[in-house]
Design a protein around this ligand. Structure first.
Ligand code: URP
Ligand code: ZN
Ligand code: ZN
Ligand code: ZN
Length: 466
C-alpha cells in the first residue's frame, strides 16, 4: 500500500517547506521537492492526497494521559478505545499513558495489568510511564525491569497524602535508582501536606464549593514543591520532568535549574494556557468541571507560561487528559470539593488549542510541531520513529487545514465525557486527514480506524540529557 501526499507544506521542528511525501506500508519512504517525483509516485499509489493549502505535520504525541484510570473512587471515563479514538480525531497519533501502582502492589503486576487494558483496544500507538506510589526494596528493583521493558519514566507525587504521596526520602531513593539507569523521574509538584491542612480548614469553616479547590492549592505551594524536587534531583543527579506545570513560581524554579545546566524539564497543558480560576468559580456546581490538580490559576500566570513555551523552559505541551463525567462522577464532591475526582478532558483538542498560539503570534509554526510532537518524541525515547516526517519514520501524519473553523462542544466531540471544558470556543484550524503507520484513521470527517490498530511502543532513554 503506498500513499502520496502532494502539494502540501511539510512542517517540522525546524521550519516549513513545500514538499511531497511518499508513504510505503507503515513508513515514510521519501520526501521530494514539489513537482519532482510526485507524479511518478502517484502512478503506482493506492491513494493520492492533495494537500494544497494544508500543513503536513508529524502526528501529535500526548505524553500525559490517564485512560480509564482509577481515581477518587471512580474511573476516568475514557477507555483506551474511546480515548485513543478521540485523540486520533484531533491529530494525536501516540499517547503515553500512566500505569498506576496501588500501595501494596508491585510495579510489574501494575504494568502487566495496564498492558492488558490497552492491548487490542487502542486506535493509535501507545506507551507507558509508571506511577510509583509505594517505594520499597521490591519497587526499586522493579524499576530496572520496567526500564528494560521500554518503560523508563516514573511519576511520583508530592501531593495527595495517604494516596499517591511519597515522602522526600522515598523520592530520593527512587531518584537514585533512576540515576543508575538514566531514566526519568516525573514529578507532580505540589506541597500536599500543607494543601491538605488548608483544605481541611476550608471545609471545617463551611467553604465546600469547587472554587475552594483552587484557593487551597496556592501557586506558592507548587513553586515550593518544584524547588524541592529540583534540589532532590540535583543531589541525586536524576533527570527530572515536572508534569502539568501551572504556576509562574514553579516555572521560575525550572528556568533557574535549566540555566544552571541541570537535567530539568517541564510540560504545561492547554487548560493552564486558556482557562483560569474564573472557570473554577462558575456558579452552582459548574466549577467542578474544572477541578484538576494543580488547579486552574489566575490569568496573570498565562503570559509567563507562553514565554516559557517560547524559551523552552517549558518543552512539551501534554493534556493530562483525565476525564470524569459531570453527572455522576464530579457529583461525588457536591458536598465537599475534596471528593471531586481530579482531572479534566482534553486529549482531542491539544493540537488545535495550541495552534491558536500560532494564530495569535505567541509561538511559531515550527515551535507548535516541536512542543506537540518532536520534543515529546525525543524526551521519551520515541524519536526518530515518531515526531518527524522523514524517510524511515512511522507514517504518523496529519494533513491539517489551517483555515478551517470549528467550535468545540460536548455535542460534537468524541471523548467519552458529558462536557467540554472549552464549550463554545471558536478555533481556527483542524485536522483533515490523520494517518497512523500509513493507515488512514480520519478523513474528511469520517473515522476509519479500529481499536486493534494501536501498538505498544518500547521506548529508548531521553535524548536531552547532559
Ligand atoms: O487532576 C489531575 N491532574 N488528575 C490526574 C492525575 C494527575 O495528577 O496527573
Ligand atoms: Zn499529577
Ligand atoms: Zn527556589
Ligand atoms: Zn496526570
Amino acid at each position: 500500500m503506498s500513499i502520496v501526499i502532494k502539494n502540501g507544506t511539510v512542517l517540522s521542528s525546524t521550519g516549513a517547506s513545500a514538499a511531497d511525501v511518499l508513504i510505503e506500508g507503515e513508513r515514510v519512504a521519501a520526501l521530494a521537492m514539489p513537482g519532482g517525483l510526485a507524479e511518478q509516485w502517484s502512478a503506482h499509489a493506492e491513494r493520492v492526497i492533495d494537500a494544497t493549502g494544508k500543513y503536513v505535520l508529524p502526528g501529535g504525541i500526548d505524553a500525559h494521559t490517564h485512560m480509564e484510570m482509577p481515581f477518587g473512587g471512580t474511573n476516568a471515563s475514557d477507555t483506551f478505545e474511546t480515548g485513543t479514538t478521540a485523540a486520533a480525531w484531533g491529530g494525536t497519533t501516540t499517547i503515553i499513558d500512566f500505569a498506576k501502582q496501588e500501595k501494596g502492589s508491585s510495579l510489574l503486576s501494575t504494568l502487566d495489568s495496564w498492558q492488558q487494558k490497552a492491548d487490542g483496544n487502542c486506535a493509535i500507538d501507545y506507551a507507558f510511564h509508571m506511577i510509583v506510589s509505594d517505594v520499597n526494596e521490591t519497587t526499586l528493583k522493579e524499576m530496572r525491569t520496567c526500564v528494560d521493558s521500554g518503560v523508563n519514566s516514573f511519576k511520583m507525587f508530592m501531593a495527595y497524602p495517604g494516596a499517591l504521596y511519597s515522602t522526600d526520602g522515598e523520592i530520593l531513593l527512587a531518584m537514585q535508582q533512576a540515576t543508575e539507569t538514566g531514566s526519568m523521574i516525573m514529578m507532580h509538584a505540589e506541597n500536599g501536606i500543607a494543601i491538605d491542612e488548608l483544605a481541611k480548614q476550608a471545609v471545617n469553616s463551611g467553604r465546600t464549593e469547587p472554587v475552594q479547590h483552587g484557593f487551597t492549592r496556592p501557586p506558592e505551594l507548587e513553586g515550593e514543591a518544584t524547588h524541592r524536587a529540583i534540589s532532590l534531583a540535583q543531589v541525586t543527579k536524576a533527570p527530572l520532568y515536572i508534569v502539568h506545570l501551572s504556576a509562574a513560581q514553579a516555572l521560575a524554579e525550572v528556568a533557574s535549574a535549566r540555566n544552571d545546566g541541570q537535567n530539568v524539564f517541564a510540560e504545561t497543558c492547554p487548560q493552564y494556557l486558556y482557562l483560569s480560576v474564573e472557570d473554577l468559580a462558575k456558579p452552582g456546581f459548574e466549577g467542578a468541571k474544572y477541578v484538576a490538580s494543580p488547579p486552574l490559576r489566575d490569568k496573570s500566570h498565562q503570559p509567563d507560561l507562553w514565554r516559557g513555551l517560547r524559551t523552552n523552559d517549558l518543552s512539551v505541551v501534554s493534556t493530562d487528559h483525565c476525564p470524569f463525567c459531570y453527572v455522576e462522577q464530579k457529583e461525588l464532591g457536591r458536598a465537599d470539593f475534596r471528593l471531586i475526582p481530579n482531572g479534566m478532558p482534553g486529549v482531542e483538542h491539544r493540537m488545535d488549542l495550541l495552534h491558536q498560539g500560532v494564530v495569535a503570534g505567541e509561538i511559531s509554526l515550527a515551535r507548535w510541531v516541536e512542543l506537540t510532537s518532536t520534543t515529546p518524541a525525543r524526551m521519551f525515547g520515541l524519536y526518530p520513529r515518531k515526531g518527524v516526517i522523514a524517510p524511515g519514520a512511522d507514517a504518523d501524519i496529519v494533513v491539517y487545514d489551517p483555515q478551517a473553523r470549528q467550535t468545540l462542544s460536548a455535542a460534537t466531540h468524541h471523548m467519552n465525557v458529558d462536557y467540554s471544558a472549552y464549550e463554545g470556543f471558536a478555533l481556527t484550524g483542524q485536522a483533515e486527514t490523520v494517518l497512523s503507520r500509513g493507515r488512514v484513521l480520519v478523513d474528511a470527517g469520517e473515522f476509519h480506524g479500529a481499536p486493534g490498530h494501536g501498538r505498544f511502543l518500547e521506548r529508548e532513554l531521553c535524548q536531552y540529557l547532559n
